[in-house]
Design a protein around this ligand. Structure first.
Ligand code: ADP
Ligand code: MG
Length: 974
C-alpha cells in the first residue's frame, strides 16, 4: 500500500516477460533430440541464445528451475500489486507440452510441484491475514475457458457462449460469468477442482482439448478501509493459453483443422495486438478480433501489471517453434502499460477535488476575462504591451485531467478517435460543448460497437444454424436423389415384372389345368379315404359285435354260476331235508321207544342207535360231497376270472385299434384340409393373375388405341377386344362355375367328414359306456364272490356246529349205553338174587338176609354212583343247551349281516337278489327245520331235564327215570 507506485496516479510500466525452459522429455530423449539452447553464464540469468541468436528477457529459467523459484521471481510481486489495487495478469504462452499448465497450475496440493496459481492464492490469503485490521476484503473468483472463440463458463456448464462487454469505465469484462465468493485458499482450490471436472465432463479427449483452448482464472479482490471508507479493487487474470504451434505441424484435418485455425486465429489476434502495441505508432489496436484479446485488452497496453511467461522446449526437434515463441516474447517486451490504482473516491475526496476544481474555474474565469479584455484591445487596434499581456504559460494544473475513479485513459482501443492523453492539449481548440458532444459521440459509438458485437455474435450463431440447415437440406437432396434412383430402378423392375407376370399368367393357366387334374386325383383320394373309413367303421362294428358277444358270454357264464349256486342251494336244501327227515325219524323212533315200554326194548334201542349212526355217516359223506362241489365251483370261478381277463386284454387291443383308426382319420382330414387350403391359394393366385392380365390387356388396348389412328384398325381392335373380353368373360364364368361346383363338393365332403366324425364319436362314447358297464359288472362279480366266500364260511361253521352236535349225541349215546349195560347188570343181579333168595329162604334166614343186606347196600352204592354220573351228564347237557342258543344267536347275526349285504346288493341286480332271497328263504327254512329238529331231538332230553329239577328236591332226579324204569321192571313183577 505504501509502495512508491501507489502514490503515482498513473505510471508507465512495461510488460514483464520471463522465459522458462523445461527439461527434455522422454519422447524427445528417445527421438535423440539435442539440447539446442544455451544459457550464457554469469549476469542476471536473463538471456539465452539459440542458433546463434540471443534473446533478452526479464528472467530466464533453466530447465532445473524449481516451481518455487519461478513463482518467487516471476509472480510473487503481483500479489502485493493486486492487494494494492492494481490489476494484474499472468499468462503462459508456448507450444503444446512446453510446460504452460505445469507452470500455471502444476500439481495443486503438492508443496513442490504446485504452480503459480495455487501459490498466488495461498499468498493472497497469507498477505490478507497479515494486514491491518480495519481492512475488509471481498474476494471472488471466476473460471472460464475460450474454445473456438466461445467463452464457456467452467463453473456453470449451461453457460456455453458468454459475451464480452465493457463496464462504465470502458474496461471489457465477461458478462454473466459465474462469480464465487471465497474466503480461504481451500475454497479457491475447490472452485478450481469443480471447474476442471466440468471441463473433463464436457470433452472426450482432455489433452487435445486443453491444448486447443485457453483457460482463464480470474481473481477479483476488493478491499475497503473501514476507517476512511477508501475502496481499492484489483483484478488478477491467470491465463493458460492454448498451444501456440503452427497448424501445419499437427497435420490436422476437417473440424480439427477448423479448431486449430480458430485457436490460431485467437493466438494470431494476440500476436497482432502485441505487434500493434509494440509498433508504438499504430493508433488502432485490433482487440476486437478475438474474445481472448478483448479479455486481455487491459492487460496488453492497458491498466494492468502484466507478466508473460513464455514456455519453451529446449529440444532440437522444436527449435523453430521455440524461436517463434521467443520472438513473440521479445515483441511483447516492448509493450508499455499505463498502470494506476483502482480507487473508488470517498465523498470527502470528491469534495476536495470539487473545491479545487471550483477554485481553478474561478481562476480560469479571471484569466479569461483578462484575455477577453486584452483581445478587445487588440481588436480595437491597440497594441498591448508585453508586460500588459496575460501570461499564457501559467498553472500547469490547467491541463491536469480529471481521473474518473482513478482510471487513466491509455491508448484508445479500436476507435477512430485519436488518443487524448491528458486531453488538455485539445482543450484550447475545442469548446466544452464540443468536447462533451465528442464524448457523447464516442460513448454512442462504443455502445454501437458493443451492440454490433452482440449482433455479430447472434449473426454468427444464426449462420451456424443456417449452415446446419444447409447440411440437412443437402442430405435431404441427396436422399431424394437416392430415392429417385431407387424409384427408377423399381420402375424398370416393375416393367420386367409385368413381362414376367404375363408369362406367369400363362403358367398359372397351365397350373390351373394341372390343379384341376390334381383336384380330380384328390377327390379320388378322398373317396378312397372315405371307403377306408367305411371299412374301418365296419371293422369297428365287427369289434363291437365281438364285444357284445363277449359280454353275452360273460352274462351266460354268470348265469351258469348262479345256476350252479342254485343247484348247490337245492342240494343243501335236500340234504337238510334229509337231515330233517332223519331227525324226524330219530324223534319218531325215540317216541316209539318211549311208548314201547317193554322189556325187550333194549335191543331195539341199540338198533335205532346204529341206524342213527348210519345216517350220520351218510350225512358226513354228503357234507364231504358238498365241500368237493364247492371246490369245483371255486375252480370254475377262477377259470371264469381268467377268461374275463383275456376278454379284457382283447378289449384293450380293440381300443388301441380304435384309437389308431381315429388318429389315421385325423391325419386324413388334415391332409384334406391342406389340399383345400392349397387349392384356395391357387384359386386366389389365379384371380390375382387374371386381374393383372385384364389390367395389362386394358393398358395394351389403350396403347393400341392411341397408337393406331386409323378407324378401321381401331374398330378391328375394339372388335378384337370385345371378342377377347367375351372370351375372358366366358372363361371367367366357366371357371367361376367350376370353382363353385368344386366348393360345393368340398363342403359336401366336409359335411360327410363331420358326420363320420360324429359317428365315430358316438361309437367311442358307446364303447366307453360299455367299458363302464363292464367295470360295474366286474365289481359286482367281485362282491358276489366275496359273499359266496362268506356263505362258505357260514356253511363251515354250521358244519362245525353239526359236528359238535354229533359229538354230543355220541357221548349221550355212550352214556346211555353204559346206563343200559348197568341196568342190564342190575337186572341180572336182581334176577340172580331173587332166585337165590327163593332157594335159600328156607335154609338160612339170618345169614341170607345179611348177605342180601350187604348186596343191597352195595347196589345202593352203585346206584348212588350212577345217579351221580347221571347228574353230571345232565349238567353237561344243560351246559351244552346253554351254549346252543349262543351259537344260534351267532348264526342269526351272520344271517342278518348277509341280509344287510343283500339289501345293499339289491339295487345292483334284482335277479341275483331274488335268487339270493330264495336261497336265503331256503336257508332260513332249513335252519327252521334244523331248529325244529333240534327241538324235537331235545324233546327227550327236556323230558329228562325237567325231572332233574324236581329230583333235586327228592334226592336224585335221575332216580325218577330209574324208578320209572324200576317200576317198569317191577311192574311186571307186581
Ligand atoms: P502444456 O500445458 O504446455 O501443454 P504441460 O504443462 O502439460 O504442457 O507439460 C507437459 C509435460 O511436461 C507434463 O508432464 C509436465 O509435467 C512436464 N513438464 C513441463 N514443464 C516441466 C518442468 N519445468 N519440469 C519438469 N517437467 C515439466
Ligand atoms: Mg496445458
Amino acid at each position: 500500500m505504501d509502495t512508491p507506485r501507489e502514490r503515482e496516479i498513473a505510471a508507465e510500466d512495461s510488460i514483464k516477460v520471463v522465459c522458462r525452459f523445461r527439461p527434455l522429455n522422454d519422447s524427445e530423449e528417445k527421438a535423440g533430440s539435442k539440447f539446442v539452447v544455451k544459457f550464457p553464464s554469469g549476469g542476471d540469468e536473463n538471456c539465452i541464445s539459440i542458433g546463434g541468436k540471443v534473446y533478452l528477457f526479464d528472467k530466464v529459467f533453466k530447465p532445473n528451475a524449481t516451481q518455487d523459484k519461478v513463482y518467487n521471481e516471476a509472480a510473487k510481486s503481483i500479489v502485493t500489486d493486486v492487494l494494492a489495487g492494481y490489476n494484474g495478469t499472468i499468462f503462459a504462452y508456448g507450444q503444446t507440452s512446453s510446460g504452460k499448465t505445469h507452470t500455471m497450475e502444476g500439481v495443486i496440493g503438492d508443496p513442490n510441484k504446485q504452480g503459480i496459481i495455487p501459490r498466488i492464492v495461498n499468498d493472497i490469503f497469507n498477505h490478507i491475514y497479515g494486514m491491518e485490521e480495519n481492512l475488509e476484503f471481498h474476494i471472488k473468483v471466476s473460471y472460464f475457458e475460450i474454445y473456438m472463440d466461445k467463452i464457456r463458463d467452467l463453473l456453470d456448464v449451461s453457460k456455453v457462449n458468454l459475451s464480452v462487454h465493457e463496464d462504465k469505465n470502458r474496461v471489457p469484462f465477461v458478462k454473466g460469468a459465474t462469480e464465487r465468493f471465497v474466503s480461504s485458499p481451500e475454497e479457491v482450490f475447490e472452485v478450481i477442482e469443480e471447474g476442471k471436472s466440468n471441463r473433463h465432463i464436457a470433452v472426450t479427449n482432455m489433452n487435445e482439448h486443453s491444448s486447443r483452448s485457453h483457460s482463464v482464472f480470474l481473481i477479483n479482490v476488493k478491499q475497503e478501509n473501514l476507517e476512511n471508507q477508501k475502496k481499492l479493487s484489483g483484478k488478477l487474470y491467470l491465463v493458460d493459453l492454448a498451444g501456440s504451434e503452427k497448424v501445419s505441424k499437427t497435420g490436422a484435418e476437417g473440424t480439427v483443422l477448423d479448431e486449430a485455425k480458430n485457436i490460431n486465429k485467437s493466438l494470431s489476434a494476440l500476436g497482432n495486438v502485441i505487434s500493434a502495441l509494440a509498433d508504438g505508432n499504430k493508433t488502432h489496436i485490433p482487440y476486437r478480433d478475438s474474445k481472448l484479446t478483448r479479455i486481455l485488452q487491459e492487460s496488453l497496453g492497458g491498466n494492468a501489471r502484466t507478466t508473460i511467461i513464455i514456455c519453451c522446449s529446449p529440444a532440437s526437434f522444436n527449435e523453430s517453434e521455440t524461436k517463434s515463441t521467443l520472438d513473440f516474447g521479445k515483441r511483447a517486451k516492448t509493450i508499455k502499460n499505463v498502470v494506476c490504482v483502482n480507487e473508488e473516491l470517498t465523498a470527502e475526496e470528491w469534495k476536495r477535488r470539487y473545491e479545487r476544481e471550483k477554485e481553478k474555474a474561478a481562476r480560469l474565469k479571471g484569466k479569461v476575462e483578462k484575455l477577453e479584455y486584452e483581445l478587445s484591445r487588440w481588436r480595437q487596434g491597440e497594441t498591448v504591451k508585453p508586460e500588459e499581456q496575460v501570461n499564457l504559460v501559467e498553472g500547469p494544473d490547467v491541463i491536469t485531467p480529471i481521473p474518473i475513479e482513478g482510471k487513466v485513459e491509455g491508448k484508445v482501443p479500436d476507435g477512430p478517435i485519436p488518443a487524448v492523453p491528458g486531453g488538455g492539449l485539445m482543450a484550447g481548440s475545442l469548446s466544452n460543448e464540443e468536447r462533451q458532444k465528442l464524448e457523447e459521440e464516442r460513448e454512442r459509438l462504443f455502445q454501437q460497437l458493443d451492440d454490433k458485437d452482440e449482433e455479430i455474435n447472434q449473426q454468427s450463431q444464426y449462420l451456424e444454424k443456417l449452415k446446419e440447415q444447409l447440411e440437412e437440406q443437402e442430405e435431404l437432396i441427396a436422399s431424394a436423389r437416392r430415392d429417385y434412383e431407387q424409384l427408377q430402378q423399381e420402375m424398370s423392375t416393375i416393367n420386367q415384372e409385368t413381362e414376367s407376370a404375363k408369362e406367369e399368367v400363362k403358367e398359372v393357366l397351365q397350373a390351373l389345368e394341372e390343379l384341376a387334374v390334381n383336384y380330380d386325383q384328390k377327390s379320388q383320394e378322398v373317396e378312397m379315404k372315405n371307403k377306408e373309413h367305411e371299412a374301418l367303421t365296419e371293422e369297428l362294428l365287427a369289434k363291437q359285435t365281438a364285444l357284445n358277444s363277449t359280454s353275452s358270454e360273460l352274462q351266460q357264464l354268470r348265469d351258469m354260476s348262479t345256476h350252479q349256486r342254485k343247484r348247490s342251494a337245492e342240494m343243501l336244501n335236500n340234504l337238510l331235508k334229509d337231515l330233517g327227515e332223519i331227525g324226524v325219524a330219530i324223534g319218531g323212533d325215540e317216541n316209539l321207544s318211549k311208548c314201547q315200554i317193554t322189556p325187550d326194548s333194549n335191543g331195539k334201542l341199540e338198533e335205532e342207535f346204529t341206524v342213527a349212526r348210519l345216517y350220520i355217516s351218510k350225512m358226513k359223506s354228503e357234507v364231504k360231497n358238498l365241500v368237493q362241489r364247492c371246490q369245483g365251483l371255486e375252480t370254475f370261478q377262477v377259470d371264469c376270472n381268467k377268461k374275463i381277463s383275456e376278454y379284457e386284454k382283447e378289449l384293450g387291443e380293440c381300443r388301441l385299434l380304435i384309437s389308431q383308426h381315429e388318429a389315421r382319420m385325423q391325419t386324413l382330414t388334415e391332409s384334406i384340409k391342406e389340399a383345400d387350403a392349397r387349392k384356395r391359394q391357387l384359386e386366389e393366385d389365379v384371380d390375382a393373375m387374371r386381374e393383372e392380365c385384364a389390367k395389362l390387356k386394358a393398358a395394351e388396348q389403350v396403347q393400341a388405341v392411341s397408337n393406331k389412328e386409323k378407324a378401321e384398325e381401331k374398330e378391328a381392335a375394339t372388335k378384337m377386344r370385345m371378342a377377347l373380353e367375351e372370351q375372358m368373360d366366358q372363361l371367367r364364368d366357366a371357371h367361376q362355375r367350376q370353382v363353385a361346383a368344386l366348393r360345393d363338393e368340398i363342403s359336401e365332403k366336409q359335411e360327410m367328414i363331420s358326420e363320420l366324425k360324429d359317428l365315430n364319436q358316438k361309437f367311442t362314447l358307446a364303447h366307453q359306456q360299455m367299458q363302464a358297464d363292464y367295470e360295474r359288472l366286474k365289481q359286482e362279480e367281485a362282491e358276489k364272490s366275496l359273499k359266496l366266500q362268506d356263505l362258505i364260511m357260514m356253511n363251515e361253521r354250521r358244519e362245525q356246529a353239526r359236528k359238535d352236535l354229533k359229538g354230543l349225541e355220541d357221548t349221550v349215546a355212550k352214556e346211555l349205553q353204559t346206563l343200559h349195560n348197568l341196568r342190564k347188570l342190575f337186572v341180572q343181579d336182581l334176577q340172580v338174587r331173587m332166585k337165590k333168595t327163593a332157594n335159600a329162604e328156607d335154609n338160612e334166614d339170618d345169614g341170607g338176609s345179611l348177605a342180601q343186606k350187604q348186596k343191597i347196600s352195595f347196589l345202593e352204592n352203585n346206584l348212588d354212583q350212577l345217579t351221580k354220573v347221571h347228574k353230571q351228564l345232565v349238567r353237561d347237557n344243560a351246559d351244552l343247551r346253554c351254549e346252543l342258543p349262543k351259537l344260534e344267536k351267532r348264526l342269526r347275526a351272520t344271517v342278518e349281516r348277509v341280509k344287510a349285504l343283500e339289501t345293499a346288493l339289491r339295487d345292483a341286480k334284482e335277479g341275483a337278489m331274488r335268487d339270493r332271497k330264495r336261497y336265503q328263504y331256503e336257508v332260513d327254512r332249513i335252519k327252521e327245520a334244523v331248529r325244529q329238529k333240534n327241538l324235537s331231538r331235545r324233546g327227550p332230553s327236556a323230558q329228562i331235564a325237567k325231572p332233574i329239577r324236581a329230583g333235586q328236591h327228592h334226592g336224585g332226579g335221575g332216580l325218577n327215570v330209574i324208578r320209572t324204569g324200576n317200576r317198569d321192571v317191577e311192574s311186571p313183577r307186581s
